[in-house]
Design a protein around this ligand. Structure first.
Ligand SMILES: Nc1nc2c(c(=O)[nH]1)N[C@H]1C(S)=C(S)[C@@H](COP(=O)(O)O)O[C@H]1N2
Ligand SMILES: [Mo]
Length: 442
């Protein structure tokens, strides 16, 4: 651990000495104004603030609470989270952090760059033991409820590795107007890498699925923010046909290593192409249900959108909201970084990633004239179903000046990304508008 992190931890433990719940929390689970886009630290976390600005703050006692240090106001300076590198911090209780586009340039996202979306407080690392971790399979539509240890699951069922893309349903939320409550994700609540585990299908078939089964639901070992053990932070699921797909995994490995702690170590569900919220982390129980799973965040406005489009700002009754299933087609420009300068006359190469929920991306286009004309990019096939696809394109700019490069993917059903923010919805899900970067040609 770097020195400053150590100091931070010591400082915080002192600060929380008289508050056993806070003292017990992970070092990063501190209070932050959830509305502030960068989620900066309150006055109480001066050591943390000093860590972020890179030096101490002589007039710290005069600093208004919630002030965003000017040194950081317009940078994406990442806060450090153990095992993570370069993420942009949105909130720290629960921890939420996104990946800047240029850190999604690798073919597969390294664990250290994979975004974090927590709804509660993760189990403590010291309480997690890979060898005694258990997964219970139960529910009213399960024939023979059974509990397996993680080593039993590994020994009993065949292993599979798939590159699978996960994206939070709220990725892109920050662009909605009127604004939607929740983490103000820009473009970085997405990643793709190789998950290794067993098929959920094999485990469900081994315990027996009753004929009336329609849905599965998951439970994880994280705890509710209130500390109330009777409440789940989140418990979602998928219909049986998604649960039984080849690529729906119970995984213990990501990119050849243990799953990173914040991404669900030691065991998680991976249901690619659907909202990330269906991929339960710190997985401890799966229920086979005879009705749509009714766990926490399955109802109301959570991970649901109006069944029919509504005007921005409309109040939509719960009964008119539908559960999000496959995510829409989307893409990112991962090279270069927005804001680069380029010399006139030389051709410029762009590259990025594209994905389309349950579908495949069939075409990728880029525009340098605000969408007036489009040029086809070279698009690779996915390495397997539900993996993102690489693309690249090369452009010659006609004259000096300011340009934007826009990227647009089209899926196998002919659905293309919109150039402006699509259908407003109360919680700001499913923004798949084109990614844009700025280029100065000199
Ligand atoms: N147990 C548990 N599983 C969870 C969550 C959570 O808070 N707890 N968050 C969900 C949401 S909303 C998303 S987008 C993904 C994020 O996965 P990641 O943090 O590994 O990126 O995990 C999902 N699974
Ligand atoms: Mo999410």
């Amino acid at each position: 651990m770097k020195k400053i992190e150590k100091e931070l931890e010591v400082g915080l433990h002192q600060a929380y000495e008289n508050d056993p719940i806070k003292a017990d929390m992970d070092v990063f689970d501190r209070e932050v104004d959830p509305k502030s886009r960068r989620g900066f630290l309150k006055k109480s976390s001066l050591l943390a603030m000093a860590a972020v600005v890179g030096s101490n703050i002589p007039f710290a006692s005069k600093m208004p609470g919630g002030l965003i240090p000017a040194a950081l106001a317009d940078t994406n300076e990442p806060f450090s989270i153990p095992g993570k590198d370069g993420l942009v911090y949105l909130n720290d209780r629960p921890v939420n952090a996104e990946t800047p586009p240029h850190l999604l340039d690798d073919k597969f996202t390294p664990g250290k760059h994979f975004f974090i979306r927590n709804n509660g407080i993760p189990p403590k690392m010291k309480d997690i033991d890979f060898d005694t971790w258990t997964l219970e399979i139960a529910g009213e539509s399960c024939l023979n409820p059974q509990t397996f240890t993680l080593p039993e699951l590994k020994a009993k069922f065949k292993h599979y590795t798939y590159a699978i893309q996960l994206e939070c349903g709220g990725n892109g939320r920050s662009e909605y107007n009127p604004p939607a409550k929740g983490n103000q994700w820009t473009t970085g609540a997405v990643g793709c890498g190789r998950w290794t585990g067993i098929r959920l299908r094999d485990v469900l078939q081994a315990v027996g699925i009753k004929d009336d089964a329609v849905y599965i639901g998951y439970y994880g070992k994280d705890t509710h923010l209130s500390g109330d053990p009777s409440k789940d932070p989140i418990s979602r699921g998928v219909p049986m046909d998604k649960a039984l797909k080849d690529e729906t995994l119970i995984a213990w490995e990501y990119e050849g290593e243990d799953i990173p702690y914040y991404n669900g170590y030691p065991l998680r569900l991976v249901a690619g192409g659907w909202p990330g919220s269906t991929s339960g982390k710190w997985l401890s129980k799966i229920v086979i249900r005879n009705k749509v799973h009714d766990g926490t965040k399955m109802g109301g406005q959570s991970y649901r959108v109006p069944c029919n489009p509504v005007a921005p700002g409309t109040k939509v009754p719960d009964e008119d909201m539908c559960i999000i299933e496959s995510m829409p087609v989307k893409s990112l420009i991962t090279y270069p970084k927005s804001g680069v300068t380029h010399k006139l006359g030389e051709s410029f190469s762009f590259r990025g990633k594209a994905w389309a929920g349950e579908e495949e991306v069939k075409e990728m286009d880029i525009s340098i004239d605000f969408g007036a004309t489009w040029q086809k990019a070279n698009l690779k096939k996915p390495v397997n179903r539900l993996a993102w696809q690489e693309w690249e394109a090369s452009v010659k700019f006609p004259k000096k000046g300011y340009y934007e490069v826009w990227a647009r993917a089209t899926d196998s059903n002919g659905e293309a990304q919109p150039t402006i923010v699509p259908g407003w919805n109360p919680r700001g899900y499913l923004n798949n508008s084109c990614h844009r970067i700025a280029i100065q040609v000199v």
